[in-house]
Design a protein around this ligand. Structure first.
Ligand code: GLV
Ligand code: MN
Ligand code: MN
Length: 395
């Protein structure tokens, strides 16, 4: 709740877009809590904060998530996983529990990708999937350069990337969808994360007078953007299954009532658990755009903002989550994740898994995001059990 006040919105929810002043203030607060627990705090070249409690020996068992939010975010997405990680460390220290390995808690930079694409940028760089230089050169939706913003808020750290390889990684997160609540199940043992394709589409037409330009002479990018949006909805309906498509950001220029716009840019967020279907969706979008450009006499330029294949988590950890959840009397089901997570990047480095708890009404990326206290506690206790078990497990 204290972290939620940083960047808190009137009426609830949170706005801590990555590398803004609010993100810095949130980081400062959580880092102070890491220090209160005598954790060593390392900040790396993309601003990932890794807090480590030095105990036991060997590579650390790592947990963590993110504390950046979308512009109208809730209090739990990401934040819950980071703070539960600190609660695990605090609980061990209070009760004299000595894990067999060090425990690390990561705050990964720019998981949301809402300001700087791609999403999961910090964990991607941590895992060696993107260079520090490329990450620093990413330009945000407000024109800011990521490297400059890191420096400005004091989180351009000295620790190199890729980061230290953990013994294992487990991330606790709210589900952000409706399934656990609908099924009255408390714990999700996450089997993997669906593939994701983000594109930025720019449609150029011709600005003209709304009253005098006959319909057949128009080169109207707003109409083309609307057609593309409808096409995406129909594609998702046609494909069925796990296919989802979203147009979440539209910018119109000059954005005036009586002017046929000259340019519209929009973003596409397309996801599927099946890589072949995701590729098929991308091909169909490409073909539709080229037809649309011909028919509407507009120019359509597309640029990839993010592209990640589906990820399958380590079955030994999925089973461990299931078993330990049951041991504490929780109901549990296996499920894939619809949202992207830092764990999907860490899975490139080490055995990885995730734990979900229910989201009230399936709401997330929404100021009314909520998870019941009992569910939050159950998830954190399970995280404790899983981290201790991982510390003793040889992979
Ligand atoms: C990250 O929150 C995503 O867009 O899945
Ligand atoms: Mn998240
Ligand atoms: Mn999110």
């Amino acid at each position: 709740m204290s972290l939620g006040e940083v960047g808190g919105l009137p009426g609830g929810g949170c706005n801590r877009l990555a590398l803004t002043d609010a993100d810095r203030d949130g980081r400062d607060l959580v880092v102070s809590w890491m220090r209160d627990l005598d954790m060593e705090v390392n900040i790396d070249a993309v601003g990932n904060v890794i807090g480590t409690w030095h105990v036991g020996s060997g590579a650390a068992v790592m947990t963590g998530s993110h504390i950046d939010t979308v512009r109208t975010g809730g209090l739990y997405d990401g934040n819950y996983g980071v703070l539960a990680g600190l609660a695990v460390v605090e609980t061990c220290q209070r009760h004299g529990i000595t894990p067999a390995r060090p425990l690390s808690v990561g705050i990964f930079t720019d998981e949301e990708g809402a300001r700087f694409a791609p999403d999961m940028l910090g964990s991607l760089v941590y895992a060696g999937g993107m260079s520090v230089e490329d990450a620093h050169d990413v330009i945000g939706i407000d024109g800011a350069r990521l490297g400059d913003e890191l420096k400005r808020i004091g989180y351009l750290g000295p620790t190199p990337c890729p980061g230290a390889v953990p013994h294992a990684f487990v991330e606790l997160h709210i589900e952000q969808g409706p399934l656990l609540e609908v099924n009255s199940v408390r714990i999700g043992a996450v089997t993997g994360v669906q593939g994701i394709s983000w594109q930025h589409v720019t449609i150029d037409g011709q600005s003209n007078h709304a009253g005098t330009t006959p319909m057949h002479l128009r080169k109207d990018p707003a109409f083309a953007a609307a057609s593309l949006t409808v096409f995406l909805r129909q594609l998702a309906q046609r494909f069925g299954g796990n296919q989802v498509c979203t147009v979440g950001k539209i910018d119109v220029h000059p954005n005036l009532t009586n002017v046929v716009p000259s340019r519209v840019s929009l973003t596409l967020d397309v996801r599927n658990t099946d890589e072949n279907l995701l590729k098929k969706a991308e091909r169909e979008i490409e073909e539709f755009c080229s037809r649309l450009a011909d028919e509407e006499h507009v120019t359509i330029t597309r640029r990839s903002l993010a592209r990640f294949e589906p990820v399958v988590f380590d079955d030994r950890i999925v089973s461990m989550v299931e078993e330990l959840a049951k041991d504490r009397g929780n109901s549990v089901q296996r499920m894939p994740s619809g949202a992207g997570h830092d764990a999907q990047m860490l899975s490139r480095m080490c055995p990885t898994g995730m734990i979900f708890v229910p989201s009230h009404k399936g709401l997330s990326h929404n100021v009314n995001e909520h998870t019941d206290r009992d569910d939050l506690v159950a998830g954190a206790n399970l995280l404790l059990d899983v981290m201790l078990k991982l510390a003793e497990t040889t992979f």
